[in-house]
Design a protein around this ligand. Structure first.
Ligand code: PGA
Length: 243
């Protein structure tokens, strides 16, 4: 794992966007794995800026997201479908038919998981996957205890994850209890992974991650990133402060 420590959130976003833009410029048909949450917002702003001011085109890029809440329609403002549209897709020239996010209201969640894994395999491999990290070490919605061999599956969200994400909803009660997420194995199929972390709230998770190299274990799902050969952690000083 390559570790890049920078001053602050803006620099985390800057480093990540440079890596993404280099990839897109090198391969216009890149499959780009995307994440939601607060961490990638600055990255997406920079990518929008790069599209508008430096003509970086996403016309032939395919994007695939990690996860979606079960029970939220695409149109629900807190759905990850809506998040991606509002924060990135509507501002760049990506072809919406080439953006993939699980369906949060499938007839059969199990069938949707199988379908999504097939999408990953048919458009993939993901050339570059963006990840954030949960305070409990989750990647995607792979909560502690997740099987490292997991493919796309339904998860019950931990109380801490629901509390962390309640800020996107009117109340904690409205945060869905379940989600569909790429599994750990699905994520590790990516050719290259960038894990972004910023702020003191992530400091314990980053310390645990960096201490877990010799102790990869399901209690801390992000530890499985040590089994991949091309991971770059971009972290600011606050998130690195416990290391
Ligand atoms: P955050 O979430 O970017 O909103 O902190 C990260 C995650 O839960 O993966």
């Amino acid at each position: 794992m390559k570790v890049i420590v920078v001053e602050n959130y803006d620099e985390v976003s800057q480093e990540a966007s440079q890596l993404v833009e280099e990839k897109v410029k090198g391969n216009g048909e890149l499959v780009l794995g995307l994440a939601t949450g607060s961490t990638p917002l600055g990255l997406y702003e920079n990518l929008i800026d790069g599209h508008k001011t430096r003509n970086i085109s996403y016309e032939n890029v395919k994007t695939i997201n990690l996860d979606e809440y079960l029970g939220l329609e695409k149109t629900h403002p807190a759905s990850y479908n809506a998040f991606m549209y509002e924060t990135l897709f509507k501002h760049v020239d990506v072809n919406l038919d080439q953006t993939y996010i699980p369906n949060g209201v499938p007839e059969s969640a199990e069938e949707e998981c199988a379908r999504y894994e097939e999408v990953i395999d048919s458009i993939g491999p993901v050339g570059l996957q963006i990840l954030g990290i949960g305070t409990n070490g989750h990647i995607g919605f792979n909560e502690p205890g997740t099987d490292p061999e997991s493919l796309t599956h339904v998860v019950e969200l931990n109380a801490s994850t629901r509390e962390d994400n309640a800020r996107f909803f009117d109340s904690l009660d409205e945060v869905p209890t379940h989600a569909i997420t790429m599994g750990i194995k699905s994520i590790l199929k990516s050719e290259q992974i960038i894990l972004m972390a910023s702020g003191k709230s992530k400091a314990d998770a980053i310390k645990t991650l960096l201490d877990s190299k010799e102790n990869v274990n399901p209690d801390f799902p992000a530890s499985y990133l040590w089994t991949h050969n091309d991971v770059t952690l971009i972290v600011d000083k606050d998130a690195y402060s416990q290391v």
